[in-house]
Design a protein around this ligand. Structure first.
Ligand SMILES: Nc1ncnc2c1ncn2[C@@H]1O[C@H](COP(=O)(O)OP(=O)(O)OP(=O)(O)O)[C@@H](O)[C@H]1O
Ligand SMILES: O=C(O)C1=C[C@@H](O)[C@@H](O)[C@H](O)C1
Ligand SMILES: [Mg+2]
Length: 165
């Protein structure tokens, strides 16, 4: 199976759907955020706190390269598209699927989770990031809307995109 990369904003379901998709297909799954934490030996929250967002982005780009060379199903972090080279590499080496949802739906999903350093930003600032990233996510090969879907329905939509690809 071709390498599959899931992109989208925080709370879009990249990790959740990636895992379910892997269970269903038997394809190896890796989550980019979890891989970075394992490599760094600390949480993303602590990487942001100790070294700042720029250092996190550097680790993220290096980790993405590793995972693309291994293949399988890869769920990314919400900000991976902020680096143009990351986008180019994902599009070149994988079938990239954008998991979309409107901002309010995503905000409801993530607002109480303290593990995401950027989710604790002021709501307006977070919405600005969301709006700025939309055209970046829309560069994906395919897009599905997860807002009014159950997790299982989202997985089925991803599978049908893969069958149509
Ligand atoms: N249709 C759906 N598809 C995916 N997730 C959903 C759906 N409906 C509700 N959820 C919930 O939304 C949350 C999505 O969180 P998840 O950690 O998978 O997002 P993520 O895209 O990996 O975020 P991050 O960029 O921070 O890693 C989970 O709690 C999941 O149960
Ligand atoms: O949207 C983002 O910039 C982020 C999303 C998360 O997946 C993590 O990669 C980190 O918290 C940053
Ligand atoms: Mg995730």
């Amino acid at each position: 199976m071709q390498t599959i990369v899931l992109i989208g904003f925080m709370g879009a379901g990249k990790t959740t759907i990636g895992k379910l998709l892997a269970d269903k297909t038997g394809v190896h799954f890796t989550d980019l955020d979890q891989y970075i934490e394992k490599q760094a030996g600390k949480t993303i929250k602590d990487i942001f706190k100790d070294s700042g967002e720029a250092e996190f982005r550097r680790l993220e780009s290096a980790a993405l390269k590793d995972l693309l060379s291994r293949g399988g199903i890869i769920s990314t972090g919400g900000g991976v598209v902020e680096n143009k080279k990351n986008v180019e590499e994902m599009l070149m080496h994988a079938f990239v699927i954008y998991l979309h949802a409107d901002f309010e739906t995503l905000y409801e999903r993530i607002k109480q989770d303290t593990a995401r350093p950027l989710a604790s930003l002021d709501k307006e600032l977070l919405q600005k990031r969301y709006t700025n990233r939309l055209p970046l996510y829309n560069q994906a090969h395919a897009r599905i809307d997860t807002a009014d879907q159950s997790e299982e329905q989202s997985v089925e939509l991803v599978l049908s995109e893969l069958n149509n690809a």
